[in-house]
Design a protein around this ligand. Structure first.
Ligand SMILES: [Zn+2]
Length: 477
């Protein structure tokens, strides 16, 4: 089956989804997003705005139509009249919304031909999803927080538009992207990370979404990709990760991962700008005071700076999680109740700031890619309060106490390092006592409290047979 032969990142083949024969690279097929900042010229920017505006028009048009229909039917129900002839419901599937739009567009949006039809389709598809989420949520068929009825998109709502058909993709020079109707736009950075996959034939671009974020245009490609990730360098190594308040993270190896370099400077600048905004004329709903131009200008700067802070943080987290997943065979993190913690006002800024939920998200998929094991400790496991040397737990440990002092054995250790070591020890306990087959923190009768996310299959790192290397070209097509 030659069609099932893939090539790992270094060019070594393997026969199917699994492990590369030479280096033990794990190969997986995933959907991944690649986002690039754009540098459109003024004409292109106009076209981007026009497409996003078309998307909004179609969304609002469809929403008004569905809303009127629902209201009419609800009113008929309360009157109890016209029961034999109620207004027929309007379907909100993306298909029928599109069909209805095509009939109405000449009167609703006579300028429709200026934009790619994808602009309107994307607005209607978003509407269909939003209505579906609302309906499922109302019926209780949807997990997570409750979805409200979709709202109309105002002038200042975020601009975005998605292309799913037509000619979009990367240009050959690795510095431009192609979009239907809008043309070839220069990217702010090189597109080589995705271009290499496309040239190698390991990527299939499914859609392109343009959006305006904090004053900058981006394109995000949704890509079906065949990844080859190296197996962790130290398969038997276990690392406990405690997300720090002062630093980004503290590892059980004793390493403290500092916050990204630019974060503190950016935060100081943010405080300065917020003072500046406070001196300027802000909008006021009660007095109908319009904001001054200078206030808007400061706000735009604050928005840009917020984006910079978020970028610095995400970058730091990505570097950390990639390094961890490529080094250690097993990782242990805490199952933190992030939404509960952000409600505690004193903790909120630190928790949200350190991006704990984001770290969890990244480490989960990177562990899966690399074939590392990820252990999530039980939410109630007292990792901070337990002594990592003798195992005696304290009754109380204030958040302000940054150093752990054990009353039983006299251990004095940094609070976060102590917690990280406790987390790492969970795995040792799990593997060294197969007779009980469970972690010690686990209450009896609830085997689901400590979860182990195990990637399917393991990397072997077997060397290739001698003849394999030369056959590479023939099999790799
Ligand atoms: Zn102790």
């Amino acid at each position: 089956m030659w069609s099932n032969v893939f090539v790992c990142g270094l060019g070594y083949p393997f026969a199917a989804m699994g492990t590369c024969v030479r280096y033990g690279h794990r190969v997986s097929s995933v959907i991944q997003a690649y986002r690039f900042a754009l540098d459109p010229n003024s004409g292109q920017e106009q076209a981007l705005r026009s497409h996003c505006g078309g998307q909004r028009r179609a969304f609002n048009w469809g929403l008004a139509r569905i809303k009127a229909n629902l209201d009419q039917r609800a009113a008929e129900k309360t009157y109890g009249v016209a029961e034999d002839e109620p207004t027929t419901p309007v379907s909100w599937s993306a298909y029928s919304l599109r069909k209805d739009w095509n009939q109405a567009k000449d009167t609703v949006a006579p300028w429709w031909a200026e934009n790619s039809k994808e602009a309107y389709s994307s607005g209607l598809a978003n509407l269909a999803t939003a209505l579906g989420n609302w309906a499922d949520s109302k019926r209780g068929e949807r997990k997570g927080h409750r979805f409200g009825f979709p709202r109309f998109k105002g002038k200042r709502s975020g601009l975005s538009c998605r292309f799913t058909t037509g000619a979009f993709g990367l240009a050959d020079d690795r510095r431009h992207v192609k979009l239907p109707r809008i043309g070839t736009i220069r990217t702010h950075e090189s597109t080589r990370k995705l271009a290499r996959h496309v040239e190698r034939g390991t990527a299939r671009i499914r859609s392109a979404t343009v959006s305006l974020r904090a004053g900058r245009w981006f394109v995000s490609f949704s890509v079906e990709i065949t990844r080859a990730d190296p197996a962790p360098a130290r398969l038997d190594s276990v690392v406990g990760i405690d997300l720090g308040v002062k630093s980004l993270a503290v590892l059980s190896t004793g390493e403290t991962v500092p916050n990204p370099r630019h974060l503190e400077t950016a935060l100081r600048e943010l405080r300065r700008l917020q003072r500046q905004a406070a001196r300027r004329v802000a909008p006021d709903r009660r007095t109908r005071q319009q904001p001054s131009g200078r206030w808007r200008k400061t706000q735009a700067r604050i928005t840009r700076l917020h984006a910079a802070v978020a970028n610095a943080r995400r970058d730091g987290l990505h570097k950390l999680t990639t390094r961890l997943a490529r080094t250690h065979g097993a990782m242990v993190i805490e199952d933190l109740n992030v939404s509960g913690m952000t409600r505690n006002r004193r903790l909120a800024r630190h928790v949200a700031g350190a991006g704990m939920a984001e770290l969890r998200r990244q480490i989960e998929y990177k562990a899966r890619w690399a074939g590392a094991r990820l252990h999530v400790a039980d939410r109630w496991y007292p990792s901070s309060k337990t002594c990592s040397a003798c195992g005696v737990a304290k009754a109380k440990l204030r958040l302000s106490e940054r150093t752990f002092r054990c009353d039983a054995c006299g251990l004095v250790l940094d609070r976060d390092l102590n917690a990280a070591r406790n987390l790492a020890a969970l795995v040792h306990r799990e593997t060294s006592s197969p007779s009980c087959g469970a972690t010690q923190n686990e209450p009896a009768g609830n085997p689901l409290k400590t979860r182990t996310a195990r990637a399917t299959g393991t990397a072997t790192g077997r060397p290739a047979p001698a003849g394999q290397r030369r056959r590479r070209k023939a099999t790799a097509v």
